[in-house]
Design a protein around this ligand. Structure first.
Ligand code: IMP
Ligand code: MG
Length: 180
């Protein structure tokens, strides 16, 4: 049985938007010291394409976060399952995520990086689900804004599958039921 899915962001639209984001980020930071942090796993493909669209040479690093507790609960606990290796003290930091949804995981990461002395903190996300935001996280460089639906492909998974799809699709509601 084939999985019911519907294309919502094509490969061409993604690659064009990434060129625009790369130009904006390059212009924003210029020659200032910059660390770009890829939030694993979902952002791995977006990050790889984005850094190649830059005209500047940032340091790159990777983190992986895990959240525990009911996804509906505000008492959800977030922690690193892979921390950074590059020191961010006194440097501009740009967090690159796949999707900022409620904003809880981005908020946690930004707080940690602030405590570690980042000179400035901004967020870039392929997809900004603005309407679902619960905290005050702002996506400074956003690829696409989506209001609803569960999406897969281009790094985004459902139960660890579909990350390899070259474009972004919505998954049929029956398949995504119960996933945030
Ligand atoms: P937040 O803490 O609620 O902002 O969680 C954001 C994370 O949830 C993203 O980085 C994704 O890993 C995951 N996520 C949220 N929405 C989707 C989706 O539609 N498809 C795949 N993963 C998603
Ligand atoms: Mg993620």
């Amino acid at each position: 049985m084939t999985t019911p899915m519907q294309l919502i962001i094509s490969q061409e639209a993604i690659s064009q938007r990434i060129q625009e984001l790369g130009a904006s980020i390059s212009e924003e930071y210029g020659q200032e010291p910059l660390v770009m942090v890829c939030v694993l796993k979902g952002a791995f493909i977006f990050f790889a394409d984005l850094v190649r669209a830059l005209r500047i040479e940032p340091e790159v690093d990777f983190v992986r976060l895990a959240s525990y507790g009911a996804q509906t609960s505000r008492k959800e606990r977030i922690l690193f399952t892979k921390d950074m290796e590059v020191c961010v003290h006194g440097k501009h930091v740009l967090v690159v995520d796949d999707i900022v949804d409620t904003g809880h995981s981005a908020q946690y990461l930004l707080n940690v990086l602030r405590m570690r002395g980042a000179k400035s903190l901004r967020v870039c996300a392929l997809i900004d689900k603005q309407e679902r935001r619960e905290g005050d996280v702002v996506v400074d460089f956003s690829g696409f804004v989506l209001s609803e639906g569960f999406v897969i492909g281009y790094g985004l998974d459902f139960a660890e599958r579909y990350r390899n799809l070259p474009a972004v699709y919505t998954l049929n509601a029956d398949h995504s039921a119960g996933k945030k």
